[in-house]
Design a binder for this molecule. Structure first.
Ligand code: AMP
Length: 475
């Protein structure tokens, strides 16, 4: 089947040709005609299947007759709303909408948290037919009355499972209540839990169910390997693998945000160019980290599951699970970053004895055994990073699950500028050679508690205005 067989309008056929796509992927072949027939869709598909074009192309075609070049905002009401869980995915979907719609005068914009609202407000007020949004920031705009959803004809919920994992259900319900009852609904999800099915039942009408295997099913193109290694030797093994295999680009997964920072810092200290991406970094920092990684300036991108969600990097050859994920589905999402576009990939897991149970769950989900290898004897247990390799304290448990505030403005990663040797500083100015220092305003589980007793640190005179403020207070 070709794109011409799908009856795409010439503007869209030109756009897919510009992208270099030859034929539609299986999900596109099924979803495009269904969506063009204005039917609801419930699709089980992961990133990497071509699902974004699967809903974006028909969406653009449905809206094409309404495309116009008028300057009046009234001529550009929001007719399609695409909800996504994370900022990265939002930016990526917006890029796709722009790319596929480049020959049509339809307007599209994206709104997500962590960045200034004003430019988003301006774009919304000018009028946009297609709006890509994370739920929290969209509701912020609703509250400010800078967006009008009363003309939405098509709703897309992309990566719906992850949105529910992140606790967005109440936000989604609020948004649904603002949409016209008569509309087309398209739901995309990598997994179909009972909760997703309930959501689908609530919003979809007589949907066509589409289920496609990944374009590159994990078993086909990705080689899985597990190294059995004590936790304290993981970092030395990772550095050894990177050097001995001459790895130029590797995405490394950890479970917690603070460990992403710490591992990136340690690797930089080991002489390996590394950066980190997680939800406590500002949007600008996240984008820069991703850009550095894509451009090859950083060999290693250490990521948490949420931050890596939806990241699309062509031909990523290696993914390392520095720590196995708590849920086996996350393993599938993680390794979905490699073995794309028909290229082979390797998924390497570093498993310590504490993690054998997690591997068993993963193997159950994959319905196959992953070959174990004994780690080469590299490195000595480092003396100073026992902190990293220790078991998590109970007060860190809340960091284990994805948090719904992933899209919120980051507050705790305002790195201070320092004068340091260039090699240890990434382009955001974050110095990976220094220990992590949360900003003074941040409330973190690991912040030392304030002293309960003892002399007051600041004399009473200060409170009465008698002493100059400390430099820190000015910040
Ligand atoms: P997605 O599943 O939407 O994240 O898409 C994954 C990747 O597949 C993106 O890099 C797309 O550019 C690419 N892609 C989408 N459709 C096609 C197609 N028909 N042929 C080749 N590549 C495609």
């Amino acid at each position: 089947m070709s794109f011409a067989d799908l009856n795409l309008i010439p503007e869209l056929q030109r756009a897919v040709a510009d992208e270099g796509y030859q034929d539609p992927t299986p999900i596109q072949a099924k979803a495009i005609p269904t969506i063009l027939a204005r039917r609801d869709v419930m699709a089980c598909a992961q990133t990497g299947t071509g699902k974004t074009a699967g809903f974006t192309l028909p969406l653009l075609q449905l809206l094409a007759p309404l495309a116009n070049t008028s300057l009046s905002p009234a001529r550009h009401p929001t007719r399609a709303l695409i909800l996504v869980p994370t900022r990265e995915l939002a930016a990526q979907v917006q890029d796709s909408v722009k790319a596929y719609g480049r020959h049509l005068p339809l307007r599209a914009t994206v709104v997500y948290g962590g960045v200034d609202m004003n430019p988003q407000t301006k774009a919304l007020q000018a009028g946009v037919e297609i709006l890509v949004a994370t739920p929290g920031r969209l509701l912020d705009h609703v509250q400010q009355k800078t967006v009008n959803l009363s003309r939405v004809e098509v709703l897309v919920l992309d990566e719906a499972d992850r949105m529910l994992d992140m606790g967005f259900m109440p936000d989604i319900k609020r948004i649904l209540a603002l949409l016209p009852a008569q509309r087309q609904n398209l739901l995309f999800s990598a997994t179909f839990s009972e909760e997703i099915k309930r959501l689908a039942n609530q919003i979809l009408r007589n949907p066509l169910s589409i289920e496609v295997a990944r374009r590159n099913a994990p078993a086909d193109l990705v080689k899985h390997q597990v190294f059995e290694v004590p936790a304290l030797r993981k970092r030395a093994l990772l550095a050894h693998l990177i050097r001995s295999r001459d790895i130029k680009q590797v995405l490394v997964f950890v479970r917690m945000k603070r460990d992403a920072n710490r591992l990136a810092r340690e690797l930089v200290r080991d002489g390996i160019a590394a950066t980190a991406i997680h939800s406590d970094r500002t949007q600008a920092e996240r984008e820069l980290a991703l850009q550095e990684f894509k451009e090859g300036k950083a060999t290693v991108l250490v990521a948490t599951d949420i931050a890596a969600r939806g990241i699309d990097i062509e031909q990523l050859p290696f993914v390392v699970n520095y720590e196995l994920p708590y849920t086996p589905e996350d393993y599938v999402h993680r390794i979905g970053r490699t073995g794309r576009a028909g290229m082979p990939g390797e998924a390497i897991s570093l498993m310590c004895p504490d993690e054998t149970r997690m591997l068993a769950d993963i193997e159950k989900l994959l319905k196959r055994q992953i070959p174990r290898e004994t780690a080469p004897e590299v490195g000595r247990p480092p003396r100073h990073d026992g902190d990293y390799d220790r078991r998590p304290r109970h007060d860190e448990a809340r960091d284990r699950r994805p948090r719904r505030d992933d899209h919120r403005p980051a507050s705790s990663d305002r790195w201070q500028a320092r004068t340091v040797p260039v090699s240890t500083v990434d382009a955001t100015g974050f110095d990976f050679s220094k220990p992590y220092e949360p900003s003074s305003s941040a409330t973190r589980a690991d912040a030392p508690p304030p002293p309960l007793r003892g002399p007051a640190r600041r004399p009473m005179a200060a409170l009465l205005g008698g002493l100059p403020p400390r430099p820190k207070d000015k910040a």
